[in-house]
Design a protein around this ligand. Structure first.
Ligand code: NCD
Length: 358
């Protein structure tokens, strides 16, 4: 059984297989209808969502499967104190596959541990959003043919944006050249920068203003300020509106650049760009359906050629818990700290991915 908690759960070969299957499903929707008949997808959304939940439900129902779940945890036993582990064990009895979104980093990893069915991470705190990153890469490849060699600017709240984290790591894995554009205090966190450096030999240029780099970019990936996750020391009013991609900025961009955004947009991406042929964000949200169709059928084992050999990982018990207050290990007290090591280069918390000593 395979899970998709972070992109580390898939090899590049498998990701390319998912893209091929998604393209097939996108071009011949009817052929695939029926493949998930009698299968059920549980969508457990402890945090707000429009695109992720609806595109997963759309994907499952287009494959003739059924869906159940919740979009508001206030109506569930979470309010009575039920743990993620117990919820995972219960849902195992009610569905064949779980998609979970949660405000704690590592929550999907906990569910994957305790469920006996595949678990997909639909976004965990400010950690990761792997299915969004797959949708994003797929969108780039459909427009540009490949990611390798492209100059990819990732702009906005890079510190708390889980979509930005998974996207940067995915771009690096497929040979894109990253440039990080983040306001002061909201730059890419050390765990992402360390992985980029040690695993992909990239030390992305970091700038504060998009104007300084816009002319060199093939892809401009904008992210909103993650206001719901800002710590008390960051004043949202000071950063709100501090970056904006609009027509005036795009005048200096390449004529074949791509504008991307995981959405929702708030005030960082101007509506005046919606008719610009370089805008790819609505296409990006549409591509979420075939990508999620391909992932659902692969993880359910219905498309057996896609998921072959899981990447090798080195995971062991850790002496101390990580120091990330947003990590699930600080909220669910039955969990034991675990670390994943990358040779003798660095170690991370198995759950939230933050760097740990040793
Ligand atoms: C993203 C998320 O939830 O992380 N949304 C999405 O799934 N498309 C990005 C965001 O909320 O800013």
């Amino acid at each position: 059984m395979r899970h998709l908690v972070t992109l580390d759960d898939l090899s590049n070969f498998e990701i390319e297989g998912v893209f091929r299957l998604a393209a097939g499903m996108q071009s011949q929707l009817e052929t695939w209808a029926g493949i998930c008949r009698s299968k059920l997808l549980a969508t457990l959304f402890y945090e707000p969502s429009t695109r992720t939940r609806l595109s997963f439900e759309s994907a499952m129902e287009r494959l003739s499967g059924g869906t159940l779940g919740f979009a508001d945890p206030s109506g569930t036993s979470a309010t009575k104190g039920e743990t993620l582990a117990d919820t995972a064990r219960m849902v195992t009895n009610y569905a064949d596959l779980i998609v979970v979104r949660h405000n704690w980093a590592g929550a999907a990893q906990v569910m994957a541990r305790y469920a006996s069915i595949p678990v997909i991470n639909g976004g965990d705190g400010s950690h990761a959003h792997p299915t969004q990153a797959l949708t994003d890469l797929y969108t780039i490849i459909r427009r540009k043919g490949q990611v390798e060699g492209l100059n990819v600017g990732v702009c906005g709240d890079l510190r708390y944006g889980r979509a930005a984290h998974s996207f940067s790591l995915a771009v690096a894995r497929f040979g894109g050249k990253l440039i990080h554009i983040g306001p002061n205090g909201l730059q890419m966190p050390p765990w992402v920068m360390t992985r980029l450096d040690k695993l992909h030999a990239q030390k992305p240029l970091e700038v504060a203003r998009i104007r300084d780099v816009i002319a060199s970019l093939d892809v401009i990936y904008v992210n909103r300020l993650q206001e719901e996750r800002l710590p008390p020391e960051v004043n949202p009013a000071a950063v709100r509106g501090s970056y904006l991609l609009n027509a005036a900025v795009m005048k200096h961009a390449k004529s074949d650049a791509m504008i991307m955004h995981p959405l929702p947009r708030v005030n960082e991406l101007s509506y005046e760009l919606d008719d610009d042929p370089r805008a790819a964000y609505f296409e990006q949200s549409a591509n979420a359906v075939p990508i999620r169709m391909a992932l659902i059928s692969s993880l359910l084992g219905l498309e057996q050629l896609i998921l072959t050999q899981p990447p090798q990982r080195s995971i062991a018990a850790a002496e101390n818990p990580c120091d990330n207050p947003g990590c699930v290990t600080h909220h669910e007290n039955y969990l034991f700290a675990e670390r994943e090591t990358f040779g003798d280069m660095f170690a991370v918390c198995r759950y939230c991915g933050c760097l740990i000593a040793g």
